[in-house]
Design a protein around this ligand. Structure first.
Ligand SMILES: Cc1ncc(COP(=O)(O)O)c(C=O)c1O
Length: 261
């Protein structure tokens, strides 16, 4: 829509990004590097300090889509900036959705005053349509307050994700490059296998449909499983994913601290 030229670089490969910038940076007045805080299909995270170094060296702008990292990474769920402890001003655009950890609908974008003023006067969401409803904003505000007041939820989320990861590994499921975040792909491979696998996932009451190209790389066909803090205890997984009626979660002793940090 913007008319900008797009130049993809290999997944999470900052050396390749730097090589690309070295080659083409001089051809463009402005360059915006866009990455995710947690990659939505692979479940890994970019090396943000390294990205900041590269963007500064090449005079580029940096945008992080925090759809899957806000409310997930960092000691208080502050996202990938908190996780790495970087100066937030080193990222030009912080963008995220309210539809995941923040339990609502809508989105946000953060940056310098100059950039935000510019966006307010130019984005179609402000110019041609109504903005987010106050009720949606209030729901997210309540979710953020609850997250801050009950940090144990975040630890539990990561414990559940680590448990799923470990059990998937034990079951011989290919979890790709997932790096211990609550996004865990179960890589199925080719498309014919994807639909039956997806049906089994839904029948087991995991709330997830399979993804294929262009959502994920050709030939990978993951069924990405997204974790919710309340969902899926060890007992549930042993039961094929079905949260069992009337059972309370057994405390899982694996630590989620390394990713919460
Ligand atoms: C990486 C990423 N960014 C942005 C979004 C947008 O979310 P929504 O349109 O629900 O606000 C999604 C939704 O799945 C996403 O996965």
């Amino acid at each position: 829509m913007s008319g900008a030229t797009r130049r993809p670089f290999p997944h999470n490969d900052i050396a390749a990004l730097e090589e690309l910038l070295t080659r083409i940076r001089s051809q463009f007045r402005r360059v915006l590097i866009v990455v995710e805080g947690v990659y939505s299909m692979d479940g890994d995270i970019p090396d943000l300090p390294e990205l900041i170094r590269v963007k500064k060296k090449h005079g580029a702008l940096l945008m992080i889509d925090e759809a899957h990292s806000i409310g997930v990474l960092g000691a208080t769920g502050g996202g990938i900036g908190e996780y790495f402890g970087v100066d937030r001003a080193d990222v030009d655009l912080w963008m995220g959705t309210l539809s995941k950890a923040f339990a609502s609908c809508g989105g946000y974008i953060g940056g310098s005053h100059a950039v935000i003023d510019y966006l307010k006067y130019t984005l179609p969401g402000f110019v041609y349509s109504a903005g987010m409803t106050p009720a949606n904003a209030a729901a997210s505000l309540a979710a953020i307050r609850q997250m801050r007041a009950e940090p144990e939820r975040l630890v539990r989320l990561h414990q559940r994700a680590l448990l799923f990861h470990r059990l998937a590994d034990q079951a011989g499921i290919d979890t790709g490059g997932s790096a211990g975040t609550p996004v865990i792909p179960c890589v199925v491979g080719d498309s014919p296998a994807l639909c039956p696998a997806g049906q089994r996932v839904v029948r087991a009451r995991y709330q997830r449909l399979p993804d294929s190209v262009p959502g994920c790389r050709r030939g990978t066909g993951p069924v990405a499983v997204f974790h919710h803090e309340r969902a899926h205890t060890r007992a549930d997984h042993a039961h094929g994913g079905r949260p069992r009626r009337g059972t309370r979660s057994p405390r899982n002793r694996s630590s989620g601290d390394d990713i919460v940090r």
